[in-house]
Design a protein around this ligand. Structure first.
Ligand SMILES: NC(=O)c1ccc[n+]([C@@H]2O[C@H](COP(=O)([O-])OP(=O)(O)OC[C@H]3O[C@@H](n4cnc5c(N)ncnc54)[C@H](OP(=O)(O)O)[C@@H]3O)[C@@H](O)[C@H]2O)c1
Length: 230
């Protein structure tokens, strides 16, 4: 099986790449600057046949087009849209709308644009394909009991809606799409006080992804297998 992972140079994306290689999968790993991604480069040296690295900035249309052109006719069985940003936009009364725009450009628009551009590769996967979008519990409207975080919450809630439409629009083609919350994970984004490490999150998320079928499509899954309310 071929997996495509965005934002594979660090954090959860790097761990996805590591765990998938461990179990013998082929991985197309993307990063904004793969040349300086030391851990990814090391994995590439250990797995030259199964790991290919590409440069990709999902907020840049030209970068998406160049990447899709480079991978050509390759089939993708599982697309893991992991790349995302969490930037503080300030509290109500002092909101930085540039941060809101940037968050939508990456978390929502970039993810959808890449997914759309990769549809031919997903359609080429025998036996159907899976689109897994890394969202967050912070994007759940039902779970929002503390307010704030306008940029991150809204861009992930919009990603949830985008994913639901993808699930419906692609159902007849055997392509499923769902969002996952990886837990509060120790990464640059999650910080050192987060509750779980990347290995715990990703190995459990891979169980969720492996088990996903048509009944999972259009749903919001937690890393530990629970379903989250929208
Ligand atoms: N950690 C958590 O607790 C947590 C909780 C809920 C959801 N999530 C979600 O899980 C995903 C991974 O999070 P993480 O904790 O691993 O975050 P992270 O350590 O901050 O890593 C984010 C990754 O996204 C990449 N990225 C950012 N902007 C990009 C762009 N325009 N194009 C391509 N790649 C871009 C980064 O690349 P650069 O190195 O080039 O910046 C990096 O590889 C995110 O979508 C996040 O929202 C994380």
């Amino acid at each position: 099986m071929t997996y495509l992972v965005t934002g594979a140079n660090r954090g959860i994306g790097l761990e996805f790449t590591r765990e998938l290689l461990k179990r013998g999968e082929s991985v197309v790993a993307t990063a904004r600057d793969p040349e300086s991604a030391e851990e990814l480069q090391a994995l590439q040296k250990e797995n030259p046949e199964r790991l290919t690295l590409f440069s990709l900035d999902i907020a840049d249309l030209a970068s998406i087009e160049a990447f899709v052109n480079e991978i050509g006719a390759r089939a993708i069985n599982v697309l893991i849209n992991n790349a995302g940003i969490l930037e503080r936009c300030g509290a109500l009364g002092d909101i930085d709308f540039e941060v809101i725009e940037r968050s939508f450009q990456v978390n929502t628009i970039g993810t959808l644009r890449l997914t759309e551009a990769l549809l031919p590769s997903l359609r080429r996967a025998e036996g159907g394909a899976k689109i897994v979008n890394l969202s967050s519990k912070m994007g759940s409207i039902a779970e929002n009991s503390s307010g704030g975080s306008y940029a991150y919450r809204a861009s992930k809630a919009a990603l949830n809606m985008v994913t639901r439409s993808l699930a419906l629009d692609l159902a007849d083609e055997g392509i499923i799409a769902f969002v996952v919350h990886p837990g509060w994970v120790q990464t640059r984004m999650g910080g050192p006080n987060a509750l779980i490490d990347t290995e715990t999150s990703v190995t459990s998320l891979l169980d969720v992804i492996d088990g996903a079928d048509a009944s999972t499509s259009g749903s919001f899954q937690e890393w530990n297998g629970n379903t989250i309310a929208w």
